[in-house]
Ligand binder design. Structure first.
Ligand SMILES: Nc1ncnc2c1ncn2[C@@H]1O[C@H](COP(=O)(O)OP(=O)(O)O)[C@@H](O)[C@H]1O
Ligand SMILES: [Mg+2]
Length: 486
């Protein structure tokens, strides 16, 4: 870059002023050799500028002090001070400018510095020192100024004024540019802020939509699940109803059959008692042969046993049908007074097939009053808990069903000796769709549905679990539902 070549004609003759000028020129020339490659260089450069301005400030102050000391005429001092002030303002502005091209910004500033300094020293500073010299040799400040103005080459001084004007124009334009720039920046910032707000709003909307979607999915699944339950209930009730009729007449026929058989056996006995009256011969022999072939003695005993067994079987079928009916409560999707011990029993019978190979059932039923509830849904809760307990048992274990009345609540506990729930997932088990089971075995809906059902009854579910030892779920149902909408 071009450098400021110091020359004797820059000298004013006042030593400390000349020394300061030279120092300024040196500093500016050092700046000229700087390279700007990186952000760090820019910061270094900024520091160099700061030092330069501080020095220039000091120097201006010294010059102004000199003028005051010699009472240089205001016709000069006002103009001189104005040049200092303009310079300070302009350089401060330029140093603050950061465009896309820092190299160009720097060059502009650098060129401004050397040209201004040259113009200022040669013109204004020299005029000042000439007046100071004259005043020092006894002339009055007014005369010193007058002589200065008279001795000036008119063309040169007009050019100087024009140049100073030009600097003023540059400064003014620069100022306006700066103002426009910062107005633009403010606008851009405002737009950015508006955009950010809009963005945040959009994001929030999206999150809300996601939550809604999740809720919708859950509701869909719950509807599906409860429809499935209702369908199963209806099916069970239908089957129970259909079986009821044949079981009815089979049962009644079996009763009649028992009576008839008893009568037939009575007759047979009577005949057997008459047997000795038959004279020995062919008839007697053939009679005994028949009795032997059909094993009459065995038959007589077995027919009674068979009838007893059939009666037992029939009783079992009747009991299963009753359980199915109890479990489905298909005609009772309403709040009814229910015995929960009975509810547990009928639910257990429905899932018996799932449980019987793995778990020994221990019943510890307390003496509890009936409770007003949605019986089929409460049974569904018991079913979920018992099935989960059975799933938690790998080979064999126990499931304890416990009921009790406590603090105005009926507490139904389903405890197992299964694998337990790891602490890190315990807070998630009531989440819809959370399952640790393979596809096909778990849907992750059992506990979330149970939670909702129990909440609908104004109750809550407690869990305690120890990995490797077992898990206990306690369903708390208030005897009196206050403020709970049915
Ligand atoms: N008695 C239990 N023992 C151990 N873990 C259990 C028990 N009950 C529930 N869990 C855990 O909670 C999860 C969620 O249960 P649930 O909502 O019934 O869904 P699913 O049984 O379909 O997985 C299960 O996958 C299991 O990890
Ligand atoms: Mg389950």
């Amino acid at each position: 870059m071009k450098v400021f070549a110091w020359n004797t004609w820059f000298e004013t003759g006042i030593e400390h002023i000349d020394a300061q000028h030279q120092k300024l020129v040196e500093m500016i020339n050092t700046l000229g050799t700087c390279e700007i490659e990186s952000q760090d260089d820019q910061i270094n450069l900024q520091n160099l500028y700061t030092t330069l301005f501080d020095y220039a400030h000091q120097h201006f102050a010294d010059e102004e002090k000199l003028m005051a000391e010699f009472a240089v005429d205001s016709g000069h001092t006002i103009k001189h001070r104005k040049e200092h002030a303009e310079f300070a303002r302009e350089v401060t502005l330029m140093a603050k400018t950061h465009s896309e091209n820092p190299r160009a910004d720097f060059e502009m500033l650098y060129r401004y510095l050397i040209s201004w300094l040259g113009f200022h020293i040669l013109g204004t500073d020299h005029a000042m020192t000439r007046q100071v010299m004259r005043i020092r040799s006894g002339m009055s400040p007014e005369d010193a100024l007058r002589q200065e103005l008279n001795s000036q080459d008119h063309g040169l001084s007009a050019m100087q004024d024009a140049l100073f004007n030009l600097y003023e124009v540059v400064t003014e334009q620069n100022k306006q540019l700066h103002q426009q720039n910062s107005a633009l920046e403010t606008q851009v910032n405002e737009r950015m802020q508006a955009l950010e707000v809009a963005n945040a709003y959009l994001l929030k909307n999206q999150q809300e939509l996601q939550v809604l979607n999740q809720q919708l999915k859950l509701a869909q699944n719950q509807v599906l699940q409860s429809e499935k339950m209702a369908a199963i209930g209806q099916l069970a009730a239908g089957v129970a109803h259909e079986i009821n009729n044949p079981i009815g007449f089979v049962s009644s026929n079996l009763g009649t059959l028992k009576t008839y058989t008893e009568r037939l056996l009575m007759v047979l006995n009577a005949y057997t008692q008459m047997e000795p009256l038959i004279p020995p011969g062919e008839e007697l022999a053939s009679l005994r042969a028949i009795k032997q072939t059909v094993e009459l003695d065995f038959l007589q005993q077995d027919v009674v046993d068979l009838l007893l067994e059939s009666r037992e079987g029939l009783d079992r079928v009747t009991k299963i049908i009753q359980d199915l009916k109890d479990f489905s409560h298909v005609n009772e999707a309403e709040w009814i007074d229910t015995d929960l011990n009975q509810g547990l029993d009928s639910t257990l019978n429905v899932v018996w097939n799932e449980v019987k190979y793995k778990a020994k059932i221990i019943k510890e039923y307390g003496d509890i009053p009936e409770i007003n509830c949605l019986a089929s849904q409460i049974n569904q809760v018991f079913l979920n808990l018992i099935v989960n307990a059975s799933h938690a048992i790998e080979e064999s274990g126990t499931i304890t069903l416990r009921t009790q009345l406590k603090d105005g609540f009926i507490v139904v506990e389903v405890a197992d000796s299964g694998m337990g729930i790891p602490p890190e997932i315990r807070h998630r088990i009531f989440e819809p769709f959370f399952t640790t089971k393979p596809i096909g075995k778990g849907t992750g809906l059992g506990l979330s549905l149970s939670y909702d059902i129990v909440k609908k009854h104004g109750g809550h579910i407690d869990v305690s679990s120890e990995p490797g030892v077992g898990t206990s779920f306690k369903v708390w149902l208030p005897l009196h539902r206050e403020g709970v909408l049915a």
